[in-house]
Design a protein around this ligand. Structure first.
Ligand code: C2O
Ligand code: CU
Ligand code: CU
Length: 487
């Protein structure tokens, strides 16, 4: 049988396409390049928390702004990054950046990104959360090989949102993203720009994720690995970040493959959440704990003016794993005072109430499940089937709205649910109205064991084939993914 591992050493290492091998999850350690040394069996020396400054990710500049659009050229290539102090770690990058870079975009103004593939394997690039024609969506089979280039056109015909882009190559997306192939795509519009929210250096994207390193400081990738207990914020291990005593907007992204984060300020001050996946909430929400599952985004405003200069404030996490390893994400160090003309208005944007959404014409049941009997090669399913790129699982009519009831039938394993192309609304979680922090526009939603979420989805973007899947990327690579056709 063809496993993900045998594929890695064979067809995937060449430009030989298409990749129609049946998907089977390899529980063993698979390396992105067959020629690389296999990872050590040990563990990296632990990095003391708060010894490294958290970088702000690099913002890319367009190669051209002519013709009413922004043109970017990026090279997908290997690089090394100093993730562990004093150690060079091999990573996969967009243009050499780890953490991944940032693209700024504006609604109504197209962005064109030309990617040059300088890896030794095929790739495809997906803009998560975006409404994009199917040929630009980065379908797992729509790859471009070593030495090839691919142009992605993003119309940006949707409102502001903190989006992100990442690899989506069949069989390989989970490992590629784990090794570094993701970046931020911050789309803005007049609605957002006209608000007095913190901007410029006070508006900071922070990607949080976990990782596992061997004794040589190499990233270890194994499917379903529960030992990714090193927490990175913008690509550094539990760093500190120096702030002024004023308001900041932090655009948080959970860039992990599997880990759920439950974030809180260690002094008990609640977070002010202003946005979710699809942009601003109607109103700011005060949340004591912010849960972010893989692929989810939330923007929060933290007002450090309540703290004297000299304060050190930890962004703490609770969740699976030893608290002494995964319980702290980063530390804010208040080092100076600053003027603060920014404000968080009581109303951020207008969104239709659930009752005013277009009436749904179809109701579907979506079931997420995977083997949880401890077998070495667990399979993962969407409505009882493993992903098959040759199969259309669901066909919907363009322009219509539907209700999707998404249920996790596992008893122990959490999942989440992501749809390409659309921003949906969460009508109910477990029979109750969605919490205010997830009542705005969403493209990824947590689905706890035994739980059902009820979604309202409108398919008015484009016609074509798109994915829906669990965004715990190890699970989607194990089969929990399906294809939607809008026609
Ligand atoms: Cu982040 Cu298929 O998506
Ligand atoms: Cu997506
Ligand atoms: Cu899952």
């Amino acid at each position: 049988m063809v496993t993900r591992r045998s594929v890695l050493g064979g067809a995937l290492a060449t430009a030989g396409l298409p990749l129609l091998a049946p998907l089977a999850a390899s529980a063993g350690t698979a390396h992105a390049a067959g020629a690389r040394p296999s990872p050590g069996t040990g563990e990296a020396r632990r990095v003391a928390p708060f010894t490294t400054a958290m970088p702000v990710p690099a913002v890319l500049s367009p190669a051209s702004t002519a013709g009413g659009q922004d043109l970017y050229e990026l090279t997908i290539r290997r690089a090394t990054a100093e993730i562990l102090p004093g150690t060079a770690t091999d990573v996969l990058t967009y243009d050499g950046h780890f953490p991944g870079p940032v693209i700024h975009a504006r609604s109504g103004r197209p962005v064109v990104v030309v990617h040059h593939n300088r890896l030794d394997m095929p790739v495809t690039v997906h803009l998560h959360g975006a409404s994009v024609p199917p040929e630009g969506d980065g379908n797992p089979m729509d790859v471009f090989g070593p030495g090839a280039s691919r142009t992605y056109v993003y119309p940006n015909g949707q409102p502001h949102a903190s989006l992100w882009f990442h690899d989506h190559t069949h069989h390989m997306e989970s490992e590629h993203v784990y090794r570094g192939l993701s970046g931020s795509y911050l789309l803005t519009d007049d609605i957002e720009q006209n608000l007095p929210l913190p901007t410029g250096e006070y508006d900071v994207p922070i990607t949080i994720r976990d990782a596992r390193f061997d004794e040589h400081g190499r990233l270890v990738y194994a499917m379903g690995d529960r030992n990714r207990t090193t927490i990175l914020a913008n690509g550094r291990v539990t760093p500190y970040f120096e702030v002024a005593a004023r308001k900041y907007r932090f655009r948080l992204l959970n860039g992990s493959n599997l880990r759920f984060f439950s974030l809180r300020l260690a002094d008990g001050t609640p977070l002010t959440q202003i946005a979710s996946d699809g942009g601003l909430l109607e109103r700011p929400v005060t949340v004591p704990v912010l849960t972010l599952t893989p692929g989810e985004r939330a923007d929060v405003v933290v007002d450090f003016s309540r703290y004297p200069v000299g304060t050190r404030l930890v962004l703490a996490n609770s969740g699976p794993g030893p608290a002494d390893r995964v319980g702290q994400v980063l530390r804010f160090d208040v080092v100076r005072t600053a003027e603060d003309p920014s404000d968080v208005p009581a109303v951020l944007r207008a969104l239709p109430a659930a009752a005013d959404l277009p009436p749904a014409t179809v109701t579907r049941d979506i079931v997420l499940s995977m083997d949880e009997d401890g077998r070495p090669d667990p399979r993962a399913f969407l409505n009882g089937q493993m992903y098959d790129p040759a199969r259309i699982d669901t066909t919907v009519a363009f322009g219509t709205s539907e209700i999707w009831n998404v249920t996790n039938t596992n008893t122990r394993t959490p999942h989440n649910f992501h749809m390409h192309l659309v921003q949906f609304r969460i009508l109910e979680r477990g029979g109750r109205p969605a919490a205010p922090g997830e009542a705005g526009l969403k493209d990824t939603v947590r689905v706890s064991p035994g739980e059902t979420v009820r979604l309202h989805v409108t398919f008015d973007g484009y016609r074509g084939d798109y994915l829906y899947h669990c965004h715990m990327l190890d699970h989607s690579a194990m089969g929990m993914m399906a294809t939607l056709r809008v026609r």
